[in-house]
Design a protein around this ligand. Structure first.
Ligand code: FAD
Ligand code: UDP
Length: 364
């Protein structure tokens, strides 16, 4: 065998595993079907701005080991995500907090805000996202900030989506616009490519190499395989294709130093076809330094259903998909030389910190 390990996928999971193995002195080959490494973290530098080519990525974690690990590869900046929601031209702070309640109802104290929510909250059994949202924040916030955005993002009624999706967002009765509860948060200084390049330093890489187009050759050159692509494709979709949402991006350079004054603005009414606009420079440039580059780059994100041949992004963890995934997982557990990891191979809605955590602890 030429290699101890073949790693399929140079995304975050594959790159962390490659880093570990390389440190242990193992001979590793990483392949990726894309023309670049980094998976969905990939950035492209345009006019001196790191543009997140596959959607905004903000690293956040409560896990000190994970934070120390990524910072040992590249230091992170102090970016704190405070998205704004635009509903028919009116702006609201996210996540749901005292600023949002003030903008929605004019209430100025936590008691008043709680009373408003109590008046309109749903009190029945919770079996889907709609019921979960109504029980957390009541009807007005649900209809203004959640319902249309969620249906645009997922292409399904809120009553058919799992409740855990909305529990990703904090609800707080303080004036705190930090989108995440995490202890640690930031963006790698110099962009995400620095993180991936640091992880893959010294590792042999083949880009533009699709595992399935070269399966026999690749299977024959390594003792073990770490597979980070879609698990259903690995098994030739024998139990049917798992469903995903995908996102298409419209990137634009604008002749202004500051287009929307914030990295993330969500459009929460269904009349706007995109879900959000990202203005990338705000991830890494703060205060007056925003004006040092006279241009800005924005990306509009359009969410749509995944079809064969598209990039799968968000696993749809409803009951139907979960039961199909369980069948593939059972097959994967019988493999002696293949390890399945990451968002696609584990069919899980993992954030980056969870991906790093899994990749650091997996037994190789
Ligand atoms: P991927 O990055 O998908 O990597 C898998 C790699 O495998 C890809 O490079 C792919 O090309 C390659 N591959 C697949 N099939 C093959 C094949 N047959 N042959 C060769 N190569 C193959 N997380 C956060 O923590 N914060 C955020 O703000 C955040 N924002 C996000 C926004 C969007 C729009 C999306 C989609 C995700 C976001 N995430 C965020 C999640 C984050 O992207 C993932 O946690 C992380 O990228 C997963 O890493 P991965 O290595 O598992 O998967
Ligand atoms: N969400 C919403 N309105 C918003 C932002 C988010 O209703 O303005 C909902 C939506 O259902 C989304 C979920 O909250 O899927 C989780 O949001 P998050 O930002 O964590 O999603 P991500 O894009 O990171 O997967």
């Amino acid at each position: 065998m030429q290699y101890d390990y073949l790693i399929v996928g140079a995304g975050l999971y594959g790159s962390v595993v490659a880093y570990r193995l390389h440190k242990e002195g193992k001979k590793v080959l990483v392949v990726d079907k894309r023309e670049h490494v980094g998976g969905n973290l990939r950035c492209e530098n345009m006019h001196g701005i790191n543009v997140h080519m596959y959607g905004a990525h903000i690293f956040h974690t409560n896990n000190e080991n994970v934070w120390n690990f990524v910072n040992s590869i590249v230091p992170f900046n102090r970016y704190t995500n405070c998205p704004i929601a635009n509903y028919k031209g009116k702006l609201y702070n996210l996540p749901f907090n005292m600023n949002t309640f003030y903008q929605m109802w004019g209430v100025t104290t936590p008691d008043e805000a709680r009373r408003k929510i109590e008046e309109q909250k749903y009190r029945g059994e919770i079996s889907n996202l709609e019921q979960q949202a109504l029980s957390l924040v009541g009807r007005e916030i649900y209809e203004t900030l959640i319902r249309d955005y969620t249906e645009k993002q997922w292409g399904r009624p809120c009553s058919e989506l799992p409740s855990f999706i909305i529990r990703r967002l904090p609800l707080r009765f303080t004036f705190d616009n930090n989108y995440f509860e995490a202890l640690y948060q930031g963006i790698p200084i110099g962009g995400y490519n620095k993180l991936i390049e640091g992880l893959l330093e010294g590792v042999e890489i083949r880009t533009n190499c699709d595992y399935f187009s070269n399966r026999a050759e690749l299977d024959a050159i390594a003792d073990k395989i770490v597979y980070t692509g879609p698990i259903d494709q690995f098994y030739d979709y024998q139990f049917g294709a798992l469903q995903y949402r995908t996102v298409s991006f419209e990137h634009q350079t604008l002749d202004t130093p500051n287009y929307q004054g914030n990295a993330v603005v969500n459009y929460t009414h269904k009349s706007v076809p995109y879900t959000r606009i990202i203005e990338h420079k705000h991830f890494e440039m703060f205060g007056d330094s925003v004006n040092e580059i006279p241009y800005t780059v924005i990306s509009k994100e359009y969410s749509c259903e995944w079809k064969l041949g598209m990039e799968p992004y968000y696993p749809i963890n409803d009951e139907t998909n979960k039961s199909v995934y369980e069948k593939y997982k059972a097959l994967s557990e019988k493999e002696s030389r293949v390890i399945f990891g990451g968002r696609l191979a584990q069919y899980a809605y993992f954030d980056m910190d969870r991906v790093v955590e899994e990749a650091l602890k997996v037994e190789l």
